[in-house]
Design a protein around this ligand. Structure first.
Ligand SMILES: Cc1ncc(COP(=O)(O)O)c(C=O)c1O
Length: 420
């Protein structure tokens, strides 16, 4: 197993030095948004100080901004394994998904079908459901194996028909950490000529992505979930980005990918995004110093992160299951941990998820509670009306000792429940 240099990693993130009541804070809230390395903060400030201008001006700061946008596109292309003209930036994943779904919807007719899943964040469900309302598209929803919160792949095959035009699927669940067999979904969808739209927002900080070998048609992610600022990213196969027609103002460029980037972009955010990818690149180079090519360094980084995070799951999940009154929703068998991220959803007897998150938060352990917009999931698990789940989300900057502290607090709370 690759050993990450946790000392170097944690030193990159100034937020991790914060304290509460004289104690360090444990940031177990990564799936809601990760902390950023110092270089991301510096890059944002540097851009705003030295090159704060809109595109296409006849002066140097504007030219610098144009260079920056192309640097950002090239960085993301290496992160995802595609070409730079297949990368589109936007406000966030949700806004990009609504935009592209409207353009795809222009070509759909009543009776065409779109497949969504019970495990997805609603940002990969509602944009497609809107097409049912507007164009009479039929929405089919893939079932869940409730016992381990995995997608029912037999049902997925069943839901895909000759009328399917698109399959919308998450790479990994932001609520319970399940990694879906996206490659299989792509094969099934392509067999009937349907497109595949992958939500990789939760997966992006946890594993290696290669959109070429995955062969998906679209993939979306958000830089604030992988150590960058609030910038949305859409990958689209060139043939689709040049084929579909965007909604855009008339004077805006007609060429892809620019035609998809409506309005003025968050340029300082793009500067921060480049820095976050530089951070991951350096992490990869630390692990494999001989690697000089950025894509290869990023691949090394993500594989090392995945291995380290698996060790966090291997420690955390069996210990969570040993706490009296805890129910874990999701994969709990260590033999299947390649199919999960270190994001766990639990309930504990005697507490609502909000009460638990508050009790942990008051002690400096930051977790999330609720449905995290994975509404189909909390509804199907019958948890929506009682507050959803408590989500403990680790990233590669978290340590075993932070997990031990969280487990110890949960143990203490388990013996002193607030309600019956
Ligand atoms: C899996 C998943 N998809 C989509 C989103 C929405 O992303 P954004 O905030 O960039 O719109 C989130 C945000 O939490 C998410 O976790």
């Amino acid at each position: 197993m690759t050993i990450l240099n946790l000392g170097w990693i944690r030193a990159q993130f100034p937020a991790l030095r914060q304290e509460m009541n004289g104690q360090p804070i444990a940031f177990l809230d990564g799936p809601g948004g990760t902390q950023v390395p110092q270089r991301v903060v510096d890059a944002i400030a540097h851009h705003l100080i030295t090159s704060n201008a809109n595109l296409h001006g006849a002066f140097s700061t504007s030219a610098n901004t144009e260079i920056l946008v192309e640097q950002a596109r090239a960085s993301v292309a290496d992160f995802l394994g595609c070409d730079h003209d297949e990368v589109v930036f936007g406000a966030n994943m949700t806004t990009l998904t609504f935009a592209i779904s409207r353009s795809i919807g222009r070509e759909l007719q009543a009776g065409d079908e779109i497949v969504v899943t019970s495990l997805d964040h609603d940002a990969n469900v509602s944009p497609w459901m809107a097409l049912a309302e507007e164009r009479g598209v039929v929405i089919r929803t893939v079932k869940l194996h409730k016992e381990d919160c995995t997608l029912d792949m037999v049902d997925l095959a069943h839901q895909i028909t000759e009328r399917t035009k698109l399959v919308a699927i998450g790479y990994a669940s932001n609520a319970v950490g399940t990694i879906n067999n996206v490659a299989q979904a792509v094969r099934l969808a392509h067999a009937v000529g349907a497109l595949v739209f992958v939500d990789a927002v939760h997966y992006a900080p946890h594993g290696l992505m290669n959109v070429r070998s995955l062969d998906c048609d679209f993939l979306v992610c958000s830089a604030y979930k992988f150590f960058g600022p609030h910038v949305g990213i859409l990958y689209g196969k060139r043939e689709h980005l040049t084929h579909f027609r965007p909604y855009k103002p008339r004077p805006a460029p007609n060429e892809s990918p620019f035609c998809w980037e409506t309005g003025t972009q968050n340029f300082e955010g793009l500067a921060g995004l480049v820095a976050s990818i530089n951070y991951l690149t350096e992490l990869g180079q630390q692990t494999a110093p001989a690697v000089t090519n950025r894509r290869n360094a990023l691949m090394t980084a993500m594989v090392s992160i995945q291995e380290y995070e698996r060790s966090l799951s291997e420690y955390m999940i069996p210990h969570l299951l040993n706490i009296p009154g805890v129910t874990l929703y999701g994969i709990s068998d260590p033999a299947r941990f390649t199919w999960r991220t270190p994001t766990v959803g639990i309930r504990m007897m005697g507490y609502t998820p909000l009460e638990l998150a508050k009790a942990l938060g008051d002690r400096g352990i930051f977790t999330w509670n609720g449905n995290f917009y994975a509404l189909n999931l909390t509804q199907q698990l019958g948890l929506e009306s009682s507050g959803g789940l408590l989500r403990i989300g680790c990233t590669h900057y978290n340590t075993i000792s932070e997990i031990q502290w969280m487990l110890q607090v949960l143990h203490e709370l388990a013996v002193h429940p607030v309600a019956a």
